[in-house]
Design a protein around this ligand. Structure first.
Ligand code: NAD
Length: 366
């Protein structure tokens, strides 16, 4: 008898996903996919991405990959949320409307609090406002609606905390004073990292594919500008990728002339082999989702405290220093690359919480 295969369900099982929800609203043109990876720690949280996916499978795979990333990010950052993500299939420059985002909001509301949404590539705080007209289950919101507002600045703060711990591992001191830091990408995060690094006495090398972003950070400060393709081989102490994923790979790693890599970009390592290759070169790699969690920690804080409180949320962002140190300590103890130590930290927390929940259910633990 031929074996029946279930491609999507097999994929869900392989990576232990809980749900994949397909949303269609013919009247608004909405086609969206909500992925829920793991809700052991709490309801799934993660942003809403809008992108011109080439196929339905590409969109589903992206939603699932990103949701799984959120599980790890929240777990390692000690946030009581699971991992989720929604992707909208469409062109953010042409296909947006209030009706479309309100429609998505209704789908999220229908899930009854299983998934909380927020901003991501292709969506803005404005879109969050439209979703919020239909659903209570939002993480990212503008300040006037009780949210944390823009989070690029706090993400930058968290990245710098992690960067300093990585620099200490490489040099023995966490001071950035006089060190050269190369920032790739000067968007919401990179443009905020630049002034914060400047305050700490770092010398800056920057690049961006968009010349207007470079011009904006040059106003009132002296930074060295290089072409985007030259950033990898430029000598520097710290390389801070704040643009795209996949930029640490077989081509770029041999070219790097730095002691530390610490930036905000998600999924910097193209493959797991690249994580090992960077360690082999003697470069300290601060795992991306550990040090870029500042925004996620900051804007989800109000879900647990009733309302957004800047000082309390920022105190949690400062803990990124401790978490980064724990990752390096674990890597050293277990003789594993830092990216693997980060995963282990997250997986251990989820497993421990799952075990405690199971014991509580059986009445053996209170
Ligand atoms: P953004 O879109 O605001 O900025 C990205 C910048 O990178 C743009 O200015 C773009 O022109 C530039 N860029 C694109 N390709 C480039 C290239 N090849 N070389 C140089 N520059 C290039 O994005 P962002 O919100 O600043 O996020 C940056 C990265 O950090 C992304 O990977 C994002 O997923 C991640 N991240 C962001 C946050 C946040 O709070 N915004 C939080 C966690 C992780």
């Amino acid at each position: 008898m031929a074996t029946t295969t279930y491609p999507i369900l097999d994929y869900l099982r392989h990576y232990d996903y809980e749900n994949l929800v397909f949303c269609n609203d013919t009247s608004t043109g909405l086609r969206a996919i909500i992925a829920i990876h793991d809700t052991t720690l709490g309801p799934a949280g993660g942003g809403c991405r809008m992108w011109t996916y080439a196929s339905e499978w590409e969109a589903a795979e992206d939603a699932m990959r990103l949701a799984r990333g959120m599980t790890y990010k929240y777990a390692a950052a000690n946030v009581d949320l699971g991992g989720g993500k929604v992707v909208i299939i469409g062109d953010p420059k042409k296909d947006k409307s209030e009706a479309l985002f309100r429609s998505l909001g209704r789908f999220i509301e229908r899930l009854g609090g299983m998934y909380y949404s927020g901003e991501d590539v292709g969506t803005t705080l404005r879109d969050m406002e439209d979703m919020h007209k239909e659903t209570r289950f939002m993480i990212t919101l503008p300040q006037y609606l009780g949210g944390a507002g823009p989070i690029g600045g706090v993400t930058a703060t968290g990245v710098i905390h992690g960067m300093r711990v990585a620099v200490r591992r490489a040099t023995g001191s966490d001071s950035l004073n006089g060190l050269t830091v190369g920032v790739q990408g000067l968007g919401a995060v990179g443009s905020e990292i630049v002034p914060q690094l400047e305050t700490l006495g770092a010398k800056l090398v920057v690049c961006d594919a968009d010349a207007s972003r470079v011009a904006a950070v040059q106003v009132g400060r002296s930074v060295k500008v290089v072409a985007p393709e030259d950033i990898y081989q430029t000598p520097m102490d710290v390389f801070s990728p704040c643009a795209l994923g996949g930029i640490l790979n077989a081509t770029t790693i041999p070219a790097l002339q730095c002691k530390v890599v610490a930036g905000s970009a998600n999924n910097q390592l193209r493959t797991e082999d690249d994580g090992a290759a960077i360690e082999k070169r003697g470069i300290v790699y601060a795992p991306d989702y550990i040090i870029n969690a500042g925004g996620a920690v900051y804007d989800s804080d109000r879900l647990f405290g009733g309302s957004h409180l800047h000082e309390r949320a920022l105190a949690k962002v400062h803990r990124i220093s401790e978490t980064t140190q724990r990752v390096f300590d674990l890597a050293e103890k277990e003789h594993i690359p830092s990216f693997r130590a980060a995963d282990r930290l997250a997986e251990t927390r989820i497993a421990e919480v799952a075990k405690a929940k199971a014991l509580r259910t059986r009445g053996e633990f209170r």
